[in-house]
Design a protein around this ligand. Structure first.
Ligand code: A8S
Length: 175
């Protein structure tokens, strides 16, 4: 079945781009109910639960899980960066939409923003849709930048899916 993006989030996942921006939208189907997946996504304080490159993190400003709060994420070695400062931009529990931006750090990602929305897909399945936008000054770096970020986001989504499916399995065993 082809997944149809609901009109309510269509503009979130089809951003209007400036000439110096690039963007990509990734999908992941997860065999877990949306409430389980949402519990994981909306926990801004705990990105290491599903992001394999996260070594440590801490909230450095604002109230935990309140829009505007900042987290510092330290990543594993071997990457072209060691840390990133990220701001919680959207946390909509009703529509299950989560957004954050990267505000600074020692990496090459400039003006990175990401929006993720969750969609129950019949039965106990959830479709996760993630769209990011990033600045890429030169035309030829655009593609490189998107390939690099796509790789990270895809890996995050895959790990995320495994963790959520594990959680859903455990929840079922407890019933
Ligand atoms: C996310 C998305 C991204 C994270 C990137 C793109 C990053 O954490 C990694 C390598 C970098 O070079 C940049 O959802 C940065 O986390 C893994 C440190 C920001």
């Amino acid at each position: 079945m082809v997944f149809q993006l609901p009109p309510t989030v269509s503009s979130d996942h089809n951003p209007v781009l400036q000439p110096n921006e690039c963007s990509s939208t990734l999908f992941q189907t997860i065999a877990a109910p949306a409430f389980v997946v949402w519990a994981l996504v909306s926990d801004f304080e705990n990105p290491q639960r599903y992001k394999p490159f996260v070594r440590s993190f801490r909230i450095i400003d604002g109230q935990v899980n309140q829009v505007g709060c900042l987290r510092r994420v330290d990543v594993t070695s071997g990457l072209p960066a060691s840390y990133s400062i990220e701001r919680l931009e959207i946390l909509d529990h009703d529509q299950r939409i989560f957004g954050f931006s990267i505000v600074s750090g020692d990496h090459r990602l400039s003006n990175y923003r990401s929006i993720m929305s969750l969609h129950p897909n019949g039965g106990d399945e959830t479709v996760v849709v993630e769209t990011y936008v990033i600045d890429a000054a030169e035309a030829n770096t655009k593609e490189e930048m998107c390939t690099f970020v796509d790789t990270i986001v895809k890996l995050n989504l895959r790990t995320f899916s495994r963790v959520a499916e594990d959680l859903a399995g455990k929840a079922q065993q407890q019933v």
